[in-house]
Write a protein that binds this ligand. Structure first.
Ligand SMILES: Cc1cc2nc3c(=O)[nH]c(=O)nc-3n(C[C@H](O)[C@H](O)[C@H](O)COP(=O)(O)OP(=O)(O)OC[C@H]3O[C@@H](n4cnc5c(N)ncnc54)[C@H](O)[C@@H]3O)c2cc1C
Length: 384
């Protein structure tokens, strides 16, 4: 039922995306350029502030609607990775920020004057083992002094603000490893002027991401979001929304691959018949379709529970797992259906193929989802 809903949102996002067709995304990919015009357009149309309440200048929509926006961007051939951060990063500020912080930042984020696209959590030496992160923020009077290193800090060069997770109490001094970390809302330009350096990481997809070095970067004490030491809890609070939104992007990718594979299979004539007449070509496409549709059901379930403020950790994780898997399988099928032409950039399949692959690694790798399910849903012994 839900699949056919939100028609107005779908049509509006599709209309916007028509100005950013395959050639736009291919050019950006070739040049490793940030899709600035697209991000500006999607911000101006108000879609990136879908989750910001109306009283702060946003659209005040639910996660379900927000997920439809990202799904449609990817379904139209775009890459939400350039801008999705704002949808979920802003959740931390929304849920845990003070009224003063919300009034100061949210209307500007909603209008596009400020971007909150970046989130610094992952570190090179600790990876997925987040609670062992080494970046320290030490309180000195009315400031915190930050030292440490982050890796894969995405969109930071196209954002004014970032969410930063740092230790405020050393690991050795806390009772539980999840304690003693804090979240800060950092003004990127001031940080760059005061000791933050970035080193871009060239990667498999056109994704602006960086190593970041904090060398005595001073940030005002008011940058702290919520209570000192509670940052890890706040981070976890935002993850269900992130998982469900990424699942929706994967669903968009999945349908894009299936559409492309189906059209090509109808048109391409080999042995005097469309290749799609061969069951060896049809069946994998049909199978992919089944998998994307099934994953989509879990995505709707996760979004609905989230919007009803009910627990949705299991569903959000399962949606992300299923959707990332389904989109990757659809990508493989689409490439195979195109034969050699699947490798030709002109067909754009190889770009989307690379882009959708990311979702099994980031944000959050597949194993960590399985581990969450094993421990928290099935009650199996904790592994780490
Ligand atoms: C393009 C891109 C953009 C990113 N953007 C951001 C960003 O903006 N902000 C940010 O903070 N991070 C970002 N990340 C980081 C991303 O979240 C991590 O790469 C991801 O969570 C995996 O962590 P890792 O790379 O450190 O892998 P590692 O922790 O080194 O793990 C390597 C592999 O081992 C597996 N593994 C590790 N431990 C276990 C275990 N106990 N059991 C089973 N399997 C295990 C993992 O699942 C993974 O497959 C980005 C990454 C990429 C590639």
């Amino acid at each position: 039922m839900l699949q056919n809903s939100f028609q107005e949102i779908r049509e509006a996002v599709r209309a916007l995306c028509r100005a950013f067709d395959s050639s736009y995304w291919q050019k950006a990919d070739e040049e490793r350029a940030y899709p600035e015009e697209f991000v500006r357009a999607v911000t101006k149309a108000g879609w990136l502030s879908a989750l910001i309440p109306q009283e702060y200048g946003g659209a005040g929509l639910g996660l379900t609607e927000a997920s439809v926006v990202l799904e449609e961007i990817n379904r139209c051939g775009g890459n939400s990775g350039a801008c999705h951060g704002q949808m979920y990063n802003m959740g931390t500020l929304l849920r845990h920020g003070s009224e003063e912080q919300k009034r100061k930042y949210l209307p500007k984020i909603a209008s596009g004057e400020l971007r909150l696209q970046a989130m610094g959590v992952t570190e090179p030496s600790t990876g997925t083992d987040t609670t062992r992160l080494k970046t320290m923020a030490v309180r000195k009077g009315n400031r915190y002094v930050v030292n440490g290193q982050k890796v894969w800090l995405s969109r930071v060069q196209h954002s004014e603000l970032m969410i930063l997770l740092a230790r405020t109490t050393p690991l050795a001094e806390v009772k539980r490893k999840s304690e003693g970390m804090s979240i800060f809302l950092v003004d990127i330009r001031s940080a760059l002027a005061g000791g933050l350096t970035l080193r871009p990481i060239r990667n498999m997809v056109n994704h602006e991401t960086n190593e970041a070095f904090f060398d005595n970067v001073e940030i005002p004490a008011e940058s702290l979001i919520g209570e000192e030491g509670q940052g890890f809890k706040y981070l976890l609070d935002g993850l269900n929304a992130e998982r469900a939104l990424i699942a929706a992007e994967c669903i968009g990718d999945g349908y894009w691959f299936i559409d492309r594979a189906t059209s090509y299979a109808k048109e391409r004539i080999v042995f005097d018949r469309p290749i799609g007449q061969n069951q060896g070509v049809q069946f994998p496409i049909a199978e992919s379709y089944i998998e994307v549709e099934a994953a989509n059901l879990m995505r709707w379930k996760a979004c609905e529970l989230f919007d009803r403020q009910q627990p949705c950790g299991a569903e959000a994780n399962m949606a992300k797992y299923l959707a990332a898997k389904a989109s990757w399988e659809a990508a493989n099928v689409c490439l195979q259906t195109h034969g050699g032409f699947g490798f030709a950039s002109e067909y754009d399949v190889e770009r989307k193929f690379r882009e959708t692959r990311l979702y099994q690694v980031a944000p959050i790798s597949t194993n960590l989802i399985l581990s969450y399910l094993a421990e928290h849903v099935l009650g199996l012994p904790r592994s780490f």
